[in-house]
Design a protein around this ligand. Structure first.
Ligand SMILES: [Zn+2]
Length: 300
């Protein structure tokens, strides 16, 4: 009799585990949303001053962007090194992550609890070259002066915030596998099918191939990915013109298209249409899907 009770209890716990977790998450998100509403105007004022990307979004997407920024920021510990902290800093850094992952379901880059903001270029490890930012197992590091230059468009094709968040996104999906986004993981092999040959021609070609991404993208495949993300958002017109297949592959893997606005659309998220859905179905069947775990197994 006791065994029957115990087995029933175990089955009951197993069956209820998932619904209870989902319910708790919903209640927590609702609670967070109430707190966010009180701060929404401030978040809007900060982000709208710096993010052209945000200003192009429709009202519904803007609110989603602000709430995600709020959630991201409150899931992290921000540390300031030799730089005067301001209320804007964590919001803007969080917004860079939200921009990158806006088309994805998972956006918290949850392996990383700590984000370090440094004043300007810094030295790291044994590297002689100064760093603008990097990602390692201890956190995400960004230099504030370079970050601001990046989001204000002062440096062509260079946005250190997006660059480091791109490393972090690959890290949580492929290295720690702590926050795997189904869409991103499914599409990454298709991205690599287009990207790998371009990267190889930049690294090993005779002569080495030159393109919009620049020489730094040829350093290794991790840098190729992070630089391609920067250029995708910073110079989408030139990117699609010069490398249309890579542009399309990037839009697919991130599930968003910065050029949607130019086409007169009010949303940046890619919505599957009938013909496209059929094409991607066909591509799925014919694509060989090599593992990408090694391709992004390290990040710097
Ligand atoms: Zn990098």
């Amino acid at each position: 009799m006791e065994i029957v009770v115990i087995i029933s209890l175990v089955i009951g716990i197993l069956l209820l585990n998932r619904p209870v977790t989902v319910l708790c998450q919903r209640l927590y998100t609702r609670h967070q949303f109430k707190r966010f509403i009180a701060r929404e105007t401030f978040y809007h004022s900060v982000i709208s001053r710096h993010f052209r990307y945000y200003n192009r979004l429709g009202l519904e997407e803007q609110r989603k962007f602000l709430f995600r920024t709020y959630l991201f920021q409150h899931a992290k510990n921000f540390h300031y090194i030799e730089v005067e902290p301001s209320a804007e800093m964590p919001i803007l850094v969080s917004a860079a992550a939200v921009q990158l992952t806006f088309g994805l379901e998972k956006f918290k880059l949850n392996y990383f609890d700590d984000i370090f903001i440094l004043r300007d270029d810094y030295h790291y490890g044994y590297y002689s070259r100064p760093f603008m930012g990097h990602v390692d197992q201890t956190g995400i590091y960004l230099s504030w002066d370079n970050f601001i230059k990046g989001i204000s468009g002062q440096t062509a094709n260079c946005n250190v915030g997006l660059h480091e968040m791109a490393h972090a996104l690959a890290y949580v999906n492929f290295v720690t596998q702590t926050e795997e986004d189904k869409h991103f993981k499914k599409e990454f092999p298709n991205f690599s099918k287009v990207a790998r040959p371009i990267f190889t021609s930049m690294q090993q070609g005779e002569p080495r191939a030159k393109n919009l991404l620049g020489d730094y993208a040829a350093t290794n495949y991790h840098e190729f990915w992070a630089v391609a993300v920067e250029v995708f958002f910073e110079s989408p017109v030139a990117f699609r013109h010069e490398m249309p297949d890579l542009y399309e592959a990037m839009a697919c893997v991130l599930n968003q298209d910065p050029l949607n606005f130019i086409a007169g659309n009010t949303t940046i998220i890619r919505r599957p249409v009938a013909t496209k859905a059929k094409i991607s179905e066909k591509a799925k069947i014919t694509a060989n899907t090599p593992t990408t775990a090694k391709e992004v197994s390290k990040t710097a």
